[in-house]
Structure formats: structure tokens, C-alpha cells
Design a protein around this ligand. Sequence first.
Ligand code: DP6
Length: 384
Amino acid sequence: MTEQDFIPKTYSKTLEKGKVTWESPSNIALVKYWGKKKDQIPENPSISFTLNACKTITTLSFAKKDLSTALKVTSEFSFEVILNGEKKDNFKPKIQTFFKRIESYLPFLKDYHFVIDTKNTFPHSSGIASSASGMSALALCLMSIEKQLMENDVTLSTSTALSTGSVERSIDENYFNQKASFLARLGSGSACRSVEGDLIVWGKHKEITNSSNLFGVKYPFEVHENFKNYQDTILLVDKGEKQVSSTVGHNLMHNHPFAEQRFTQAHDNLSKLIHIFKEGDLNSFIKIVESEALTLHAMMMTSMPYFILMKPNTLEIINKIWRFRQKTGWHICFTLDAGANVHILYPEKEAVQILEFIKSELVAYCQNEQYICDRIGFGAKKID
Ligand code: DP6
């Protein structure tokens, strides 16, 4: 698939107004995406567990603009954003950029006025990034509108898109998800891994069939029972605004002294995971996942300007996890996003003992003792 395959020619139906709702989960990367080229193309492939409980629910209402008014079709995007029932104008620039990036793939965007009504299941400003779940939910809503605009035409599948180039047909599920992921990527890179579950790869990797820089794909190989229903308890260490946004951080990988080695390492780690997933090798899994998390933060600490997103309690928690693992042999490990919060990953069959440890030893390091029990999930859902 290329970008061209996501450009529709014309729409056969007209729609005056309507409303669609999607819920879309967050995801946690095992091999991290850190560094991107133009147009949200990742510098290296990444792989993530889709989450289950941490999600965004978005209702997108749309109404055709009156062409006789000032809001001419060709002029501006017209939309408002509501978060938890409150108008949020400070979210508008991000959506505006998103709409600009996706306009050529969704030519109906300027024909409508949109109301984006959104809420997250996790606490607002918990330090959990809502961009992955938020952008994927919005991309899915927009795809539902496109689907309605194409309904009843010849079904478009990935293979017909490939053979016909640009298209004016209705949409099969595979194409729908691929284009939703493609669009979500243009909103926020990691969002393209939130459309489906349970293990998603984004970025071209030589051993992973169909992997693409343009959208996320389901991990195509065997995964051992040990990784089914894997648990993720998220410790909310610091709920404050990040001092450095992901986008700025990604850009600091340009001219970073260790960039090339890092990108190669990500490819190698993904290769190693193929065997680890198949064999259910939890000890090797832990080594890769923790190394990836620390490498991500090492990249931040060695960029120019350099910065640190971990907090003292992040390190306290990591040390406690290491001591507990050494003492008990339980397969508990951590990963980090671009922030101070700690994701604790562990297999379902060890959940009782590990959760007890988390509650008795680690929750004290969280801001207001806040934590979220999550686990692997299976992707976004349309809500009727
Ligand atoms: C550290 O997807 O938030 O979470 O593409 O600029 O929106 P943008 O960045 P974003 O970056 C997330 C990076 C990460 C690692 C990961 O999820 O792979």
C-alpha cells in the first residue's frame, strides 16, 4: 500500500448530518518509537500491546455547511472540541494540524461542521498520554463517515485498492482499519497502533510480513500462552504537564549522536522478540522490554538539549521491582513512556502475587496513591 491508495476519487452518497461514536484504547510500546522523518514516518519499527481499560470515547457529530454562508467549502475547517462536557479551545490547534495533514485523504472534511465530543476513562492530566487513544478514536469516527459516503458501491478491499490505485468504492473491514490507522498516524504516531489489538507492529521490519511505515499491522506470528492476557498496572508517579512534548523529543533524534545505533537496536530487538513470543521466554522478554524503556530515556538524556522525564519515585519503583524479582523469581518488569509513570508488565498467572506486591510496596510512590489496573486488549469498538 502507498499513500495514493488512501485517496478516494469521489463519494457516491450525500449526507446532510449525523453522529458516530468510537471508543479506542491506549497502547504501550515494548520496542519504542522515538525519532521520526517527515510526514510522521518512524525512524524505526515499534511493537506494542494494545490496552483494554485506558481508552478514549469520542462522538463526532457532523452537519453539512451551508455553502451560501461565509463558511465556504474551500475555506476553513470548522469544528469544536468538547472534553468531559466542556469546550476546549486549547485542543484546537492540534486538531487543525491533524485535519490539514489528512485533508487529501478525506476530501469531505471542509464540507462539514464537526463537534468532537470526547472523554477518557483515565483521569485527566494523569500523565497518561491521551493522544494515541484520542487520535485513533477520531480517525475511526472520520472513517465511519467516509464509509457512509461510499456505502453500496463495489466493496473496496486492500487488494482492489492495490490494483486500482485511487478509489471510489465502499470499504471492507481490513481497508477500513488500515486507513483508520494510517490517518491516526498522521495525528500522533503511536495512535496508529491503537486501532486493533492485541500486539501491533508499526514500521517496516524485514522479518515481519506486511509491516509498513504508514500504518500499524497485527503481529502476524505465533504468540505463546504466557503472553495472553498480559497485565499492565500503571503507576501514576507524576501527573504534571510534561516539560518536553513527544514531538520535540522525536525531533531531537535528528543529529543525535547515538541515533543510528538506536534505530538498528530497535530492529534487532524486534527480531529477537519474534523468537521470544513463540517460545514464551519471559526472562528474555523482560530484558528487551526494560532495556527499551531505559534506552528511550537515555536518548532523552543524551540529546542536545538534554532532558530528564523520570522522577525520583520512578527510580525508587524500578529498584524495588528489580529487588522483588531477584528475591522471588516472579516475572515482573517495567516499561516507561515519555514521562515519569511506570507501566508494570506481568503474566496473568502471576497476577495475584504481583498485584499484592504492587499494592503493598509500590503504590506509596504514586501521586495520591493513584494507579490503574489494565491488561492487553483487542482494539477499538464502534458504539451504536
Ligand atoms: C515514547 O506518538 O506521542 O510513547 O508522533 O509526535 O505524536 P507524535 O509522538 P507520540 O510518541 C510516543 C512515543 C513513546 C513511545 C511509543 O509509544 O512507541
